[in-house]
Ligand binder design. Structure first.
Ligand SMILES: Cc1cc2nc3c(=O)[nH]c(=O)nc-3n(C[C@H](O)[C@H](O)[C@H](O)COP(=O)(O)O)c2cc1C
Length: 359
């Protein structure tokens, strides 16, 4: 199975978590672009997503080493090494609440290889990170920084960052941490929350906040060509994302216009805004301020507490206890994934500007 997004920089993600390999095809980049890519930096980026790195991620040992399979079309793959299909046999007839086992069976019958979650697996975010890691490096050369942090875990929040004056240096320092939060004390509380959920056989969710700094004003377009539309489409392709907001997002609905509007000002001879409730986007077009998005991740569906389900073969109620190896919280590993998604959406939109000769 494969899944595709992007208009000018097209990304196709293929394979499945328990197939021999997973990978991505990236179309629309200049020929020979890989000679510009620092492979050590790309590997370090993929390592931020990889499982088995710390106590909070599943102990599955997947070696996420990207191999360039072809330069035209640009195709990179990762060999899957740590497959345990047996962990998933029972789920074919008794679907996990909160996972895609039931809906996949309705849609595809038995035709889909669902071991390890198949194409619905968090593993599919590894090839997204290959493509996104490349996009991040290409954007960096244009002076654009894409960074994310954990903003909340199960209601425990990090300190809000200044949405107007935030710098790439601060964001890069946060992103380099093992647990990427600004306030390490809040980070300790978040870690305890994850430990407690795991000890109880349960899971927790949270919020990842993504920043794009240095994107010029004028990228995007109205309606379905907008920056929000493009970014949200890629964000919602990330498993377990259930909400996306830009800038003040849902809280804008609780404000008056006088509070929510971002007054214009002149800063270093350029038009800027004094606040950034719009998250750097007005009418689907960037205004030159930091682009800020928040992604809400639900708690990992596979928990070891007994749950109610249905045996679909016998059509009778069934109790389900899930074995196998699962993250008690996917948020930590999702931070680079959110960066990858944001970088690809912005690179795609900026390539459109180039295609139209606007930049
Ligand atoms: C990085 C990452 C790792 C994930 N790991 C797991 C996991 O170990 N177990 C699990 O049940 N779900 C995991 N998920 C979430 C499921 O893939 C996802 O909830 C499922 O496909 C259903 O899709 P939906 O939640 O978007 O509706 C992970 C998601 C991400 C982003």
């Amino acid at each position: 199975m494969q899944s595709q997004f992007g208009n000018n920089v097209k990304v196709t993600i293929f394979g499945g978590s328990h197939e021999p390999e997973i990978g991505c095809i990236i179309e629309g980049l200049p020929a020979g672009v890989m000679s510009e890519i620092d492979m050590d930096e790309l590997q370090a980026f993929l390592d931020r997503r990889a499982p088995g790195r710390n106590e909070f991620s599943t102990q599955r040992k997947e070696s996420d080493v990207p191999l360039v399979r072809s330069e035209d079309p640009l195709t990179l793959v990762i060999r899957n090494k740590d497959q345990h299909p047996g962990d998933y046999k029972k789920l074919a007839s008794v679907p996990r609440p909160g996972h895609a086992d039931f809906t996949a069976r309705v849609k595809y019958g038995g035709a889909l290889e669902m071991s390890g979650g198949g194409p619905f697996s968090g593993r599919m975010t590894a090839p997204l990170c290959i493509a996104g890691g490349i996009a991040k490096q290409l954007l960096k050369k244009k002076g654009i920084t894409v960074c994310a942090r954990i903003n909340a875990i199960h209601g425990i929040c990090d300190i809000p960052l200044d949405p107007v004056n935030i710098t790439a240096a601060v964001l890069e320092e946060i992103a380099a941490k093992d647990f990427p939060v600004f306030d390490d004390e809040a980070g300790m509380e978040m870690k305890d929350e994850i430990r407690t959920a795991r000890a109880e056989g349960d899971s927790v969710g949270g919020i990842v906040e993504v920043y794009v700094l240095g994107c010029p004003a004028g990228v995007g377009g109205p309606m379905y060509d907008g920056v929000e539309s493009a970014m949200a489409a890629v964000f919602f392709g990330i498993p377990a994302v259930k909400g996306v907001e830009f800038g003040a997002g849902f809280s804008a609905a609780f404000m008056r216009g006088s509070e929510n509007n971002d007054p214009f000002c002149l800063r270093d001879g350029k038009v800027a805004t004094m606040t950034n409730n719009c998250g750097g986007i007005l009418g689907g077009i960037t205004d030159g301020m930091p682009i800020i998005a928040q992604l809400a991740f639900k708690p990992t569906p596979s928990i070891s507490i007994e749950q109610d389900s249905v045996d679909l073969d016998k059509m009778e109620p069934a109790k389900l206890v899930i074995g196998g190896r699962h993250d008690p919280c996917v948020v930590l590993r999702a931070v680079p994934v959110a960066e990858a998604a944001a970088a690809l959406a912005i690179l795609d939109l900026m390539s459109e500007e180039n295609a139209h000769g606007k930049k």
